[in-house]
Write a protein that binds this ligand. Structure first.
Ligand SMILES: [Zn+2]
Length: 126
C-alpha cells in the first residue's frame, strides 16, 4: 500500500544535513491529494535549532497549500524503528491526527501506526 512512500523515505535520507550526530533521517509525506513531499533532518551547531525530517516535509507541503496528510514514512539507518519525537507528533497532529505513521528500516521492514495512537492528547488552544 505504501511501497512508493517507503521507498521515497529511504531516498530522502540522502538529503540529511547531520554533521554532528551522523544520524540521518529521511521522511516522505503523502498528502490527501497523493502528492509526496520529502524531508530530512537539518542540524545546527546550536543543537536545539535542529529540525526533524518530518517537520521539514510538513512545512514544505503546508507552504505549498497541502494541509491534509494521509501518511508519513520515516527512515533512519538505525537497527531500531525510530519513532517521531514529541514535537513532530504535536505538529503533524494539528494537521491530520488520523494519518498513518510508517517507521521504516528497509523496503520490507516497516511498522505502521495511527498518529492518534502515538499522540492521543495533543495540545489545543481551545
Ligand atoms: Zn521530530
Amino acid at each position: 500500500m505504501y511501497e512508493k512512500l517507503i521507498s521515497e523515505s529511504i531516498k530522502a535520507k540522502k538529503l540529511s544535513h547531520s554533521p554532528y550526530s551522523k544520524f540521518r533521517v529521511g521522511a516522505a509525506l503523502l498528502t490527501k491529494d497523493n502528492k509526496i513531499f520529502h524531508g530530512a533532518n537539518v542540524e545546527c551547531s546550536s543543537y536545539s535549532l535542529t529540525i526533524c525530517a518530518e517537520r521539514v516535509a510538513a512545512v514544505k507541503a503546508i507552504t505549498e497549500k497541502n494541509k491534509k496528510f494521509k501518511a508519513v514514512a520515516i527512515a533512519t539507518d538505525s537497527n531500531d524503528f525510530a519513532f517521531p519525537c514529541g514535537a513532530c507528533r504535536q505538529f503533524l497532529s494539528e494537521f491530520s491526527e488520523n494519518m498513518d505513521v510508517i517507521l521504516v528500516k528497509s523496503k520490507t521492514k516497516y511498522q505502521i501506526y495511527k498518529l492518534q495512537n502515538l499522540f492521543p492528547h495533543k495540545f489545543k488552544l481551545k
